[in-house]
Design a protein around this ligand. Structure first.
Ligand code: ZN
Length: 162
């Protein structure tokens, strides 16, 4: 099996996890506040594309700092930034997909549940990849990422009463 560079693995996991958590907060909050799939899609697309670009840039710049400090790093900065961007975008689009294909409010329930399911499987496959117990890895990702996602959704729900 092709060995995945540890810095690329971090970009992939970070991009997917962060996107699942933060996009779900935005879309569930928007769904609760507006009850409109169309407005959720607009807000979701803006949030996902802006964040994916920002995370790619942030990955490049922060990893560049690490490389300047530690000359032993051999990973390519552009590859790491591209992986971050692509993973963030992919997971974000996954989270907003229910609002494209399901009527409201089924879309909102799917938009809340889908990221939690995806977080578990992300942790599960990470566990298999790095050879730690996958079920435990999946639950860890579900609890830590899921807690952040639920808090994000809570912030979104609070804004409904504004
Ligand atoms: Zn590096």
């Amino acid at each position: 099996m092709l060995k995945l560079h540890e810095d690329y693995l971090r970009s992939i996991l970070f991009g997917l996890e962060d996107s699942l958590v933060s996009t779900s907060g935005v879309v569930v909050g928007m769904a609760a506040a507006t009850g409109s799939n169309r407005l959720v899609l607009i807000a979701g697309l803006i949030a996902v594309s802006v964040e994916a670009l920002s995370m790619g840039a942030g990955q490049y710049l922060s990893e560049r700092g690490v490389h300047e400090l530690d000359k032993a790093h051999t990973d390519n900065l552009v590859v790491g930034a591209t992986l971050m961007f692509a993973c963030y975008l992919t997971a974000g689009l996954l989270v907003i997909t229910p609002f494209l294909i399901l009527p409201f409010p089924a879309s909102a329930f799917a938009g809340a549940a889908l990221p939690l399911v995806a977080l578990f499987w992300l942790g599960y496959f990470k566990g298999r990849l790095v050879r730690v117990p996958p079920g435990r890895s999946g639950l860890e990702m579900l609890f830590i990422g899921g807690l952040a996602a639920l808090l994000g959704m809570g912030v979104g729900l609070i804004t409904k009463s504004l």
